[in-house]
Design a protein around this ligand. Sequence first.
Ligand code: IDP
Ligand code: MG
Length: 134
Amino acid sequence: MAVEQTYLMIKPDAVARGQVGRIVSRIEDTGLQILRMELATLTAQQAAANYAEHEGKPFYEGLISYITSGPVVKLLVSGEGAVAVCRKLMGATNPADAAPGTIRGDFGLSVDANVIHGSDSVESAEREVALFFG
Ligand code: IDP
Ligand code: MG
């Protein structure tokens, strides 16, 4: 495996519930390095660019309004196999299917309030890092 960068984002529901510290601890516990971390509210344009692959799906409009509904924590994370390590740490998209010990399994409420976003490939990570950290 190679050293990779990935983009993670703690979503508005988890920020509102005060779960940022515990989630960041889990990311640090992997041994990956946090290079940047920032609280911000996404613009509609950033949200649409991040979720372009889902445009037209029944949950798309709700997803855009949810992800722009309040502050998120944007993270740039680096290390060996960072993309896959973080996807494993996050757990399945639907918290009901996510294993205990994963972030979504332990903190997630529903498929639309599922706590955390993480890039799904090195290519997506490059695009998302450029989008959110320029
Ligand atoms: P991922 O976040 O695990 O990569 P994706 O399939 O890329 O999952 O979906 C992006 C986001 O869209 C999910 O994290 C979730 O917030 C939302 N989402 C996905 N599928 C559904 C659904 O069936 N209903 C509501 N929201 C969904
Ligand atoms: Mg995805």
